[in-house]
Design a binder for this molecule. Structure first.
Ligand code: NAD
Length: 514
């Protein structure tokens, strides 16, 4: 079957790169069964062996770096440097982290029990893979994003069925090819091609977990279906990230941060800076400094990856023009309509415009002013999204105070956007940005089930529990006086202890458990 559409094309001139067959829908349940069949023996490998497979994959990537960078550049349209740093290097670091540190999170974890009635018992946590994980990915970081999720799923003993975006399937298939080159056993990772239909069929084939990264509307559809099938789902969705620039900020630094935050990956970045909230005292100088720098982006801006995205830009820009907002810069496409000029828009009424409120996912910064820190926090939080926020200032303690009031999954002080590439740190958002976290040892917990194991502390300490049948008077009094030891007052607690002990001894002597 051919997958002929305008999406499989080279963003620079929309010329078709290759025509690919899509995975037939009726094959998807069989693919899932193969993943399920491969999972027990993959999970039975020691974490060290699984980690070795990931390290082999890393070597395969390193052997083919230039070829991968070229493919990402061609299929996605981002500059070579962004493909190298944002996709390949970030992927290498995430694989390395989980291959070398991931095993730590899988060790059994002891739990301290506080109840004196169970001093003779012990509890610990034991982790086990969820089974088959479906990884469904977008096109903006076609190499790095899915590799992070695949690495986390594999190190924890799961097998994976991966559906890359229909906009960047060649990069998706390259990931599969590299894992095969690294010797990953058959069935442990399988890659589908196709779009929404294949994604939906993958979910209907009942994986044990869905790891979805993409838009809010698709995320909502997926979580609705997943909830009917009782499949847990992680949702990494859109954002409208604010950057708060305080009055003491260094303007050169702040405008450079806005430039990279807003225009790297051509703004096609979930954690792009899309809203700038700047203190009114420096608003005009911030705008003129930023305007001075915008022409310097020439030759460094990537292409619009997905043609359909242009309709969002057109709609938001038209509405902003209708509202007579100030276009300080940009607002037009290049003659080939493959790039949107870096756009800076603001002015009175900006906060009511879609360009300020809704995700653009493009090279557009919407700027507004604030008078007080409270106003900045209120405006930053006044959004349906909650992925990442930035604060630019020289006053780090104040920034930390502000950070703790911001309703975002990550807050970066004097930095923008980039921490998805730090595998040690958790990534994810709140509100319509979704739920769940990936990366970091905390994120690994989303790929495992937790099993609580409770056992005798010492083998020879074996007696019937005090709360077992029959229910008797001394038993009742023992528990009644034990309750008194929870009182706030030390005196009340001390008074309870002798009565508790007396009842306890009578209980043990006279009232045998059935
Ligand atoms: P999208 O929602 O259109 O598609 C994402 C993936 O879902 C694709 O593989 C697509 O084929 C698949 N899909 C579409 N409909 C489906 C369905 N009904 N069932 C199952 N699968 C389906 O998103 P996109 O345009 O590829 O990506 C852009 C969006 O991704 C932006 O909103 C961006 O903010 C978000 N994103 C978020 C993060 C994050 O970490 N929070 C990272 C990158 C991108």
């Amino acid at each position: 079957m051919k997958y002929a559409n305008d999406q499989l094309s080279k963003p620079r001139n929309w010329e078709t790169l290759r025509t690919l067959p899509v995975t037939p829908l009726d094959q998807i349940p069989q693919i899932l069964s193969a993943a399920r069949a491969a999972q027990p023996s993959w999970a039975a490998l020691s974490p060290k062996k699984r980690s070795q497979h990931l390290l082999n994959f890393k070597e395969a990537v390193l052997t083919h770096v230039d070829e991968i960078v070229e493919l990402i550049h061609k299929e996605n349209g981002k500059p070579h440097f962004e493909a190298l740093a944002g996709d390949v290097l970030a992927a290498i670091e995430v694989v390395d982290f989980f291959a070398t540190k991931g095993m730590r999170a899988l060790r059994d974890q002891n739990i301290c029990l506080g109840n004196p009635l169970v001093l003779h018992r012990q509890s610990y946590l034991n982790f086990w893979p969820v089974g088959v994980v479906a990884v469904i990915s977008p096109w903006n970081f076609p190499f790095f994003l899915p590799i992070g999720e695949i690495a986390m799923a594999l190190i924890t003993g799961n097998t994976v069925v991966f559906k890359p975006s229909e906009v960047t399937p060649l990069v998706g298939l390259k990931i599969q090819e590299l894992f095969e080159e690294a010797g990953l056993p058959t069935g442990v990772l399988q890659t589908l091609t196709g779009g929404a239909e294949q994604g939906a069929a993958l979910i209907q084939s009942r994986p044990n977990k869905i790891f979805f990264t993409g838009s809010v509307p698709t995320g909502k559809k997926i979580s609705e279906i997943a909830s009917k099938l009782m499949i847990p789902v992680n949702l990494e969705l859109g954002g409208k990230d604010p950057m708060i620039v305080l009055s003491d900020a260094n303007l050169d630094y702040a405008t450079s941060a806005a430039l990279w935050g807003g225009f790297s990956n051509s703004g096609q970045f979930c954690a792009s800076t899309e809203r700038i909230l700047v203190h009114e005292s420096i608003h005009d100088s911030f705008v003129s400094k930023l305007k001075e720098k915008l022409p310097k982006l020439k030759g460094h801006l990537g292409f619009i990856t997905y043609e359909k995205q242009k309709t969002v830009y057109e709609r938001q820009i038209q509405e902003a023009r209708d509202k007579n907002l100030d276009f300080f810069s940009g607002g037009n496409f290049n003659p080939e309509r493959t790039q949107l000029e870096p756009t800076l828009v603001g002015g009175s009424g900006i906060e009511d415009a879609e360009i300020y409120k809704e995700e653009t996912f493009g090279p557009v910064l919407a700027i507004t002013k604030f008078r007080s820190i409270e106003e900045a926090v209120r405006k930053a939080n006044d959004s349906p999204y909650g992925l990442l926020a930035s604060i630019i200032t020289n006053n780090i303690p104040l920034a930390e105070e502000i950070a703790k009031k911001l309703e975002y999954g990550s807050v970066l002080i004097n930095e923008v956007g980039y921490t998805a590439s730090l595998p040690e740190t958790p990534w994810g958002g709140i509100k319509e940005t979704g739920w769940g976290r990936k990366h970091s040892l905390m994120g690994l917990m989303d790929f495992v089930h937790v099993r609580h194991i409770h056992k005798p502390r010492f083998h020879f300490l074996k007696f019937k529990s005090f709360w077992w049948f029959p229910y008797t008077p001394f038993q009742y009094q023992t528990f009644r006086w034990y309750l008194e030891t929870h009182r706030r007052s030390w005196l009340a607690r001390l008074k309870a202890i002798p009565v508790l002990l007396w009842n306890f001894v009578q209980f043990l002597k006279n009232e045998k458990r059935t």
